[in-house]
Design a protein around this ligand. Sequence first.
Ligand SMILES: CC(C)(COP(=O)(O)OP(=O)(O)OC[C@H]1O[C@@H](n2cnc3c(N)ncnc32)[C@H](O)[C@@H]1OP(=O)(O)O)[C@@H](O)C(=O)NCCC(=O)NCCS
Length: 203
Amino acid sequence: MTPNSPDITYNVVPILVPAADNHIWNYKELRLTSLKLDLAAFSSSYEREVQFTDDTWRERVNNTQKVTVVAEITMTGPSHFGECPNAYEKPWVGMATTISHQMLLDFKLPFPKSLDGLLVYALNGLWVHPGHRGKGLAKRLHQSTIDWVKAHHDVEGNQKKVLLALVKADNVAAISLYRTLGYKVIEEEIHPGSLSLTLPVIE
Ligand SMILES: CC(C)(COP(=O)(O)OP(=O)(O)OC[C@H]1O[C@@H](n2cnc3c(N)ncnc32)[C@H](O)[C@@H]1OP(=O)(O)O)[C@@H](O)C(=O)NCCC(=O)NCCS
């Protein structure tokens, strides 16, 4: 069965916290694969993250102030995963991590001044394995992220929530994706060479 086989279907689900060990190692493998294959899309690097300890990977996943949504293959055909990036029973082929407003504040991560007064959630690490692109997985990962953001109780209560995505200015596919999803570019530059895009999350 190849990635384009009609009998491949996908589940898109958040990693539940506290995460099972195999979910943590799946996450590590998927994240490192994304950095290896699409270095230019991200602000981190494979060389940096491959040195993380097991505890760092655990802490990355086991944090209620963030969510990682993953796309896993569900099988309807024979058990052969073709080019999938890992060997677990339900291989993971896409992911998106989102950080809460509280976490942005705790880690003093920058966000646009024009969003002051709003609960800003930052979407990053969105990635779909090249063999599984163009099938709507990024849209599904995004929808699952929105569901988490809507349900998440940030310490500041009921203020209006927005999602913020920072995208390298030359990343045509990602910019097109965010525009399709309704994001608008804002003028403030947070990282040189990246666009800041935001989407209101309706409560
Ligand atoms: C960007 C990325 C996540 C899209 O994943 P995907 O699962 O193929 O996207 P989808 O199939 O859900 O496509 C949704 C929309 O994205 C846009 N899009 C996706 N790939 C595109 C491409 N290669 N060129 C132009 N637009 C594209 C389209 O608007 C598409 O909507 P449509 O199908 O109605 O035309 C994927 O290409 C990827 O992982 N790229 C490398 C990592 C990356 O750039 N991450 C974003 C960091 S900010």
